[in-house]
Design a protein around this ligand. Structure first.
Ligand code: N01
Length: 549
């Protein structure tokens, strides 16, 4: 099929060794890894090019809130030396340029079909292959299927009646146009104040004629304190990349941010205050690296939340607006902590208006704008920054049919279940790096993606060296993993906020914290231990095993 593939056609299907779905960081790396193992890879991507979430999210102010040196591949010392980041926290165009650089450098595009979707993937138990039907009507088949579909790839519109009536320009953050959009002199509305909305608001407040922010739940956001990287620092970083990558692998965040074991109440009040002031000044996610128990000790969490609310009150000049911006009713960090650049200051601009829709609910969208209980706000442009059907949305958007005709939708009807986050009992040779029961959104996704793909590749090498054709986790391995994931989650304050982390943003979605909250380092250790004890944790294709024996 795709140019550069040594695919063969039999019975109408295009036969390859590995199907990869997705061209985000996990999909690109999987494509490279399996190609380097001599595999014939057919890769599919719905977007027009590589980059995954960074291909789609071109909204004004889009930026990663993980440090650029962390949020990059560690598998290639050459790429590390050839690529130079310009800022501590890179903006979307630079991250997308990086993804393109990697794709060019490793010649990945020849394996991809872009603008193409998988509409169904089914396991053929007899032939021991996955068959993926794509939206051209063609079928691909391969013994291995890598679903690198990403935790944040299915955008979600707000459930508000009348969206189709709006006669102005409707923009969705996660499907942003590729052409520049001019906001000068326009009345712009934004619905959504998560990480995406915050970045849009702080940017458009300084560009739009009038900006109306329709806020239902305020997020806690902390100063990013982004800056340009100095040449000396870049040179040092390039000299020390190997040690940094090693540190990242041994860090709960999968990044270089220092971890701490210090409990909040181990310091006297004045020193705690000093640490918090310093964390505010240093910016980034310094708070989370300052105290170990902010997500497990409610009292500690309350004090940090009070501190941040106090800061909001000091920055925002209008007391009513300040009050509405102060998050209450859920623990700080239980909703994805955001990093901003003068977000709260934006509300001091005369053209920026906060509409507190928790008190004045949105009734509908009209031809002219947004209607709340108290009246209409007329708009030229309306932006949805209303998030995603996250973690499971992409894998459940089409039928994935495992052994015996069982679908993933059926298996996951009460929430996602897997082993190590990326393999599921009943779905042989199917792998979903950065899957919903791994550390997923709670650690550096690039580090997780690389780790998971390496682990999967090692498993495939082991199988091939031993004449094994299929692998899947045992029922008890999967049960054990889920019991661990869920028991750890029970202790976390994350469960106390209604967010996409717990599935609360999508009507009818099973609720609960199903991500592994033990940190990347622990996750890596458990994955390594699982591979050490293959006989207990996996069911291999026994027929092939005995033939090989
Ligand atoms: O989505 P969200 P996001 N009426 O789900 C609101 C990553 N990311 O795209 O909370 C009014 O967090 C909703 O309100 P509520 C990051 O992992 C990273 O912002 O349901 N409001 C909420 O405010 C992040 O966590 C970066 O009350 C409605 C918002 O929409 C993840 O992506 C940047 C509504 C959705 O917030 C998702 O973030 C951007 C309605 N009917 C994203 N429906 C960085 O690295 C929904 N909302 C910096």
């Amino acid at each position: 099929m795709t140019q550069g593939n040594r695919a063969t056609k039999s019975s109408g299907a295009c036969r390859v060794d590995v199907i990869v779905v997705g061209a985000g960081f996990a999909g690109m790396y999987a494509t490279y890894k399996f190609r380097e193992m001599g595999k014939n890879v057919a890769a599919i991507e719905a977007g027009g090019d590589v980059g995954g979430v960074w291909y789609w999210n071109r909204y004004p102010g889009a930026r990663c809130d993980l440090m650029s040196v962390d949020y990059s591949y560690g598998f290639s010392p050459e790429i590390e030396q050839e690529w130079t980041w310009s800022e501590q926290f890179a903006a979307q165009p630079e991250i997308l340029a990086y993804a393109n650089f990697v794709a060019d450098r490793l010649d990945l595009r020849r394996h991809y079909r872009f603008n193409t979707r998988v509409t169904r993937a089914a396991w053929d138990e007899e032939a021991k292959v996955w068959r993926a039907i794509i939206d051209t009507g063609e079928t691909l088949e391969a013994p291995y299927c890598i679903m690198a579909t990403g935790p944040l790839s299915v955008p979600k519109d707000p459930e508000i009646p009348g969206i189709e009536r709006f006669e102005g320009t409707l923009l969705r953050a996660q499907k942003w146009p590729h052409e520049p959009v001019d906001f000068a002199g326009k009345r712009v509305g934004v619905i959504g104040t998560g990480s995406t909305g915050i970045q849009i608001i702080q940017t458009l407040g300084r560009q739009a004629g009038e900006l109306f922010v329709f806020q239902r739940t305020p997020s806690f956001t902390l100063p990013m304190r982004n800056h340009v990287l100095e040449p000396d620092y870049i040179a040092e970083m390039k000299r020390h990349y190997r040690a940094m990558r090693e540190a990242m692998r041994n860090n709960p965040t999968g990044g270089t941010r220092p971890a701490t074991s210090r409990p909040f109440f181990s310091l006297p009040p004045s020193q705690r205050r000093e640490v918090m002031e310093q964390a505010w000044i240093n910016g980034g996610h310094t708070f989370l690296g300052s105290f170990a128990d902010l997500l497990s000790n409610q009292e500690a969490n309350d004090q940090v939340a009070d501190f941040v609310r106090e800061k909001i009150g000091q920055i925002v000049e209008d007391p009513k607006t300040a009050e509405a911006l102060k998050p209450r009713g859920y623990p700080i960090f239980a909703r994805r902590p955001c990093l901003d650049t003068e977000y709260y200051e934006t509300y001091n601009l005369p053209n920026v208006h906060l509409v507190d829709v928790s008190k004045d609910p949105i009734i509908g969208i009209t031809e002219k704008g947004v209607r709340t209980e108290s009246g209409d706000t007329e708009l030229d442009m309306l932006i949805f920054a209303t998030g995603y059907d996250a973690l499971t949305g992409a894998l459940l958007a089409f039928d994935v049919v495992g052994r015996g005709g069982r679908t993933l939708k059926d298996k996951w009807k009460n929430g996602p279940r897997s082993y190590l986050g990326f393999m599921a009992e009943g779905f042989p040779n199917l792998f979903a790096p950065s899957g919903p029961n791994g550390p997923a959104a709670l650690a550096n996704l690039v580090t997780i993606a690389e780790h998971d793909v390496d682990w999967i590749a090692e498993m495939v090498s082991f199988m091939e060296a031993n004449g094994i054709r299929t692998v899947e986790p045992t029922v008890s391995a999967e049960e054990g993993w889920m019991a661990l994931v869920l028991s750890m989650a029970e202790k976390s304050l994350i469960r106390k906020a209604n967010t996409w982390w717990v599935g609360a943003n999508v009507k009818g979605k099973p609720q609960g914290l199903t991500m592994f909250i033990g940190g990347f380092q622990k996750y890596r250790e458990l994955c390594a231990a699982a591979a050490q004890d293959k006989a207990s944790n996996f069911v291999f294709d026994r027929a092939a095993q005995s033939a090989a024996a």
